[in-house]
Design a protein around this ligand. Structure first.
Ligand code: NAD
Length: 496
C-alpha cells in the first residue's frame, strides 16, 4: 500500500438531519404493535457513526406463529375484496410514504449509512412500486372462458396463494419490502414479513403509519434473526408461499425448510454482474457506467456492475478511464451533500469486504486504486479497482458486495460470452458496443435475467427483475410479480 493510495480517499463528514421519531418497539401483529415473547434484543446501529440507534426484539418462533395466525384470520376477507378495493389501499400506502418521505429517507440513511441521494431514490422507487401494483392489480385478468371439450366450458380463475411469508435483506430495506408487499397484497394475499435484523426501522415505521389503512392481520411484521424467525416462516405449515431476497446460502436454507410443507418458494438471491466492454464501445460512457452502477449503494447491490470483461485491444485505455472515474468518487456520511458512496452496512460486512481484499492481494492481482479501509468512526472502505485478473480467479465469481470492481480481458466475442456466463449467478449483465449486430446477438446468449445494452442498473417498475441459476427464481416488479403471488384454478362446466 503506498502513501498516495492511503490518502486518496477520506470520509466527508457532516451532520445528518436528526433521526425522526423511531417506530414503536415490538412486533406488528393483527394491526397493532405487541410485545415479543422474547426479552432478548438486537442492537440497531448507524454504520456511518457506529452509534446504537435503538434495539428491536429478537423475535421467536412463537411470535411468528401469532403473526401467521393473524394472517390466516384476515386471509379470506382480504381475498374477497375486489382489485379496486385493494388498489385503493395500495394507493393510500403510496401517499402515506410520500407524505412522510423525509422521515423515511432520514431513517433509512441512518440505519444503512447510505448517502441522501440513494435514500431518496429508494423511497421514490418504493412509492412507485405501490402505485404500479395498484394499477397492475386492476388490469390483471386471465384468459376469457371458452370450450375446449365438447359441451364443456372452461373458466380460469386467478386466486391469491393465501398467506405469504416474506424475508428481506439490509441493502434496500424499505424498497425490498415494497417490492414484495405491493404485489403480494395486490394479488389478494395476506403476509408476514421479517425484515433484516440489521435494518428493521423503515419497515416498522411503515407498519406504524399504515396501521389504520390496512385491515388488521393483512400485513404483519416480525423482527428477529433469520435462523429463528426466517426459518419458522419458511417451515410454517400454514404459510403457503415464502419469498426471500438475500444471499444464496439463506435462499438454500429457506427452500430446504419450505420443502417439508411443499410450499411455493420465491428466491431473489445474489449476483455478480459482468460488464462486457467490446472494442467498438464508447469507452468513456462505459467507464462512467461502471462508476455509477458498480458503486451505487457502495456496491452493496445485487445487480452491481462489479466484474468488467474488456476487449484486450482497449483494456489499457478503458482501465485508465475507469481508474480516473473511481479516483474521483466522494465517500461520505449521509449528511454530506456530495457523498457518492457511504459506509458498509455493518462491522461484520466491512470485515468481510476487507478479508476479500486481502485475498485479492494474496492472489497477486493489482489494486489499481483503493483497496483499504478508511479511518473511522464508521465502516468505510475505499472505492477499489482490481486489474490483472486472470480467467477463473476467485474474484470473478465471488460476490463481494462492496465498492470493488475487477477488470479482466478477453480476445473474441465467443470467449466474452463464455467467460461472462462462467458464474453460479444469473441475475444481471451489461454489454457495451456500438455494433448493432453485436447488441442483438450477445444479450441473447447471456444467461442472466436482465441484460442492459450500453447501460447498467436502470430499473423500471413495469419490467420484471429476477435471476437465473444461483440467483434464484421468481420475479419482482412488473405484472410477473402478481403472477408469482397468485395461483390459477381451472373450473369446467358441463353444459350437456
Ligand atoms: P442474508 O442472506 O444474510 O439475509 C437476508 C435475509 O434472510 C435476512 O432477513 C436474514 O435474517 C434472513 N435469513 C438469514 N438466514 C436465514 C435462514 N436460515 N432462514 C430464513 N431466513 C434467513 O442477505 P443480506 O446480507 O441481508 O443481503 C445481501 C444479499 O442479498 C446479497 O447476496 C445480495 O445479492 C442479495 N440481494 C438480492 C437481491 C435481488 O433482487 N436478487 C436484492 C437485494 C439483495
Amino acid at each position: 500500500m503506498t502513501t498516495a493510495e492511503k490518502t486518496l480517499f477520506t470520509v466527508l463528514r457532516a451532520d445528518a438531519p436528526p433521526v425522526p421519531s423511531l417506530p414503536p418497539f415490538g412486533q406488528f401483529i393483527g394491526g397493532q404493535f405487541v410485545a415479543s415473547t422474547s426479552t432478548e434484543k438486537v442492537d440497531v446501529v448507524n454504520p456511518a457513526t457506529e452509534e446504537v440507534l435503538t434495539q428491536v426484539p429478537a423475535g421467536t418462533a412463537e411470535d411468528v406463529d401469532a403473526a401467521v395466525e393473524a394472517a390466516v384470520a384476515a386471509r379470506d376477507a382480504w381475498a374477497a375484496t375486489t382489485p379496486r378495493d385493494r388498489s385503493a389501499v395500495l394507493l393510500r400506502i403510496a401517499d402515506i410514504i410520500e407524505a412522510n418521505r423525509e422521515a423515511f429517507e432520514t431513517l433509512e440513511a441512518a440505519n444503512t449509512g447510505k448517502p441522501a441521494a440513494v435514500a431518496e431514490d429508494d423511497i421514490s422507487s418504493a412509492i412507485d412500486t405501490f402505485r404500479f401494483s395498484a394499477g397492475a392489480a386492476r388490469a390483471y385478468s386471465t384468459l376469457g372462458s371458452d370450450d375446449y371439450a365438447e359441451n364443456h366450458t372452461s373458466v380460469i380463475h386467478r386466486e391469491p396463494v393465501g398467506v405469504v411469508g416474506v424475508i428481506t435483506p439490509w441493502n434496500y430495506p424499505l424498497l425490498m419490502a415494497a417490492w414484495k408487499i405491493a404485489p403480494v397484497l395486490g394479488a389478494g394475499n395476506t403476509l408476514v414479513l421479517k425484515p433484516s435484523e440489521q435494518t428493521p426501522l423503515t419497515t416498522l415505521k411503515l407498519a406504524e403509519l399504515i396501521a389504520d389503512e390496512v385491515p388488521a392481520g393483512v400485513l404483519n411484521i416480525v423482527t428477529g434473526p433469520g435462523r429463528v424467525v426466517g426459518n419458522r416462516l419458511s417451515e410454517h405449515p400454514r404459510v403457503d408461499l415464502v419469498a426471500i431476497t438475500g444471499s444464496v446460502g439463506s435462499g438454500q436454507k429457506v427452500a430446504a425448510a419450505a420443502a417439508g410443507s411443499v410450499k411455493r418458494v420465491h428466491l431473489e438471491l445474489g449476483g455478480k454482474a459482468p460488464v462486457v466492454v467490446f472494442a467498438d464501445a464508447d469507452l468513456e460512457a462505459a467507464a462512467k457506467g461502471v462508476r455509477s452502477a458498480g458503486f451505487w449503494n457502495g456496491g452493496q447491490e445485487c445487480g452491481a456492475a462489479c466484474r468488467v470483461l474488456v476487449h484486450e485491444s482497449v483494456a489499457d485505455k478503458f482501465t485508465g478511464l475507469l481508474v480516473k472515474e473511481i479516483s474521483e468518487i466522494t465517500v461520505g456520511t449521509p449528511g454530506a451533500e456530495d457523498a457518492e458512496i457511504g459506509s458498509m452496512i455493518s462491522k461484520a460486512h466491512y470485515e468481510r469486504v476487507l478479508a476479500a481484499l486481502d485475498d485479492v492481494r494474496k492472489d497477486g492481482h493489482t489494486i489499481a486504486v483503493g483497496g483499504n479501509a478508511i479511518e473511522g468512526p464508521g465502516y468505510f472502505i475505499e472505492p477499489t479497482v482490481i486489474t490483472n485478473v486472470p480467467a477463473q480467479a476467485p474474484i470473478t465469481s465471488n460476490e463481494i458486495f462492496g465498492p470493488v470492481v475487477s477488470v479482466e480481458t478477453f480476445s473474441t466475442d465467443e470467449e466474452a460470452v463464455e467467460r461472462a456466463n462462467e458464474t453460479i449467478y444469473g441475475l444481471a449483465a451489461s454489454v457495451w458496443t456500438k455494433d448493432s449486430a453485436r447488441s442483438l446477438t450477445v444479450p441473447r446468449k447471456l444467461d442472466f435475467g436482465t441484460v442492459w445494452v450500453n447501460s447498467h442498473l436502470v430499473i423500471a417498475t413495469e419490467m420484471p427483475w429476477g435471476g437465473f441459476k444461483g440467483s434464484g427464481y421468481g420475479r419482482d416488479l412488473s405484472s410477473y410479480a402478481l403472477d408469482d403471488f397468485s395461483r390459477t384454478k381451472h373450473v369446467m362446466y358441463n353444459r350437456g
